[in-house]
Design a protein around this ligand. Structure first.
Ligand code: KIV
Length: 264
């Protein structure tokens, strides 16, 4: 599989070729996902929940994400890897740069930060220093206590309009990719059309430039329950390789997600 870069992802948006993405935390799964044709791997701070068994992502540290980034990079030298910047690891420009550098040195191709226009200066500084940035809007899990739970975001007009403006601000600051999580599909479509950078959705309907899932959700082994926006691809395929392939094929063909996985 050809090496994916930020230019490849930008071209995929222009050509309406859907981007496939999964979280990964170790070398074995990174290799399998890459072999199955997944375009982008995210070393998500979801590791705090699916690997460490916590109720949220807040306890995850930059060193832990760096460790898992090293593992994922060891699994495939060609895969495009995004590493999550954990809670409070980007609270000011200096901290952002120091922690992002750790993740890049561990093997990431890009770092992901949760939040809107208040990140402008940090994103500008990171990109000026050669660190590609992915933004993350909507249900940003590091703000779970501000939201009062893992709740759909952007349902009222003011919040929806603000999210569109935030997406534009992130792009203006230099972000080259955007993840939007658990928002109404119509809003996801608006955001995807409002920016020229690729937008990857999770619980954001079918009209984004690509899809991402937490790998444990894709195979139905997340602690507790399968979120409405996800699907257990292992059930219909019976093995991990075919489950990942089916996910990629369905995303590329516009067959996943369907109405049953989206929010209004
Ligand atoms: O941490 C994570 O896995 C994420 C995805 C849910 C997008 O941020």
């Amino acid at each position: 599989m050809a090496k994916i870069t930020v230019s490849t992802l930008a071209k995929m948006k222009r050509e309406n070729n859907k981007i496939t993405s999964l979280t990964a935390y170790d070398a074995s799964f990174a290799k399998l996902f890459h072999d199955c044709g997944v375009d982008v791997l995210l070393v998500g701070d979801s590791l705090g929940m699916v690997l460490q068994g916590n109720d949220d992502t807040l306890a995850v540290t930059t060193d832990e994400v760096a460790y898992h980034t090293k593992c994922v990079r060891a699994g495939s030298k060609d895969v495009f890897v995004i590493a999550d910047m954990p809670f409070m690891s980007y609270s000011n420009v200096q901290t952002s740069c120091e922690n992002a550098a750790k993740l890049m040195r561990a093997g990431a191709n890009m770092v992901k930060l949760e939040g809107g226009d208040w990140l402008y200066d940090s994103i500008k500084a990171l990109t000026q220093q050669g660190i590609p940035v992915c933004g993350h809007l909507g249900l940003t899990p590091q703000s779970v206590h501000v939201f009062g739970g893992f709740k759909i975001q952007g349902r009222d007009d003011d919040k929806a309009n603000k999210m569109v403006e935030d997406a534009k601000a992130l792009e203006a600051a230099g972000a080259q990719l955007l993840v939007i999580e658990c928002i109404p599909s119509a809003l996801a479509k608006r955001i995807t059309e409002a920016v020229s950078i690729p937008v990857i959705g999770i619980g954001a309907g079918k009209d984004t430039d690509g899809q991402i899932l937490v790998m444990h959700d894709l195979v139905g082994i997340s602690a507790g329950y399968i979120p409405k926006f996800s699907k257990n691809f292992l059930l219909e395929t019976g093995n991990m390789h075919d489950a990942v392939k089916k996910y990629c094929d369905d995303v590329k063909a516009g067959l996943f997600p369907t109405n049953e996985h989206e929010f209004n």
